[in-house]
Ligand binder design. Sequence first.
Ligand SMILES: [Zn+2]
Length: 56
Amino acid sequence: MTWTALEVYDSVQVVPDDDLKPHSLIHCECHPRFEGGIFIHNSFDGREATETLLPS
Ligand SMILES: [Zn+2]
């Protein structure tokens, strides 16, 4: 399971690839959270992105 970072205007959106349902870049039904200029979508299949994409 992988994720894709998309540049959208002046922000970045992190979206899961091949998820159970498609994601929208505007008002996505997964209710993305906004952290430090990055919209992180919530996967419908339960995978987690923060461990690999946002190293502290
Ligand atoms: Zn989404």
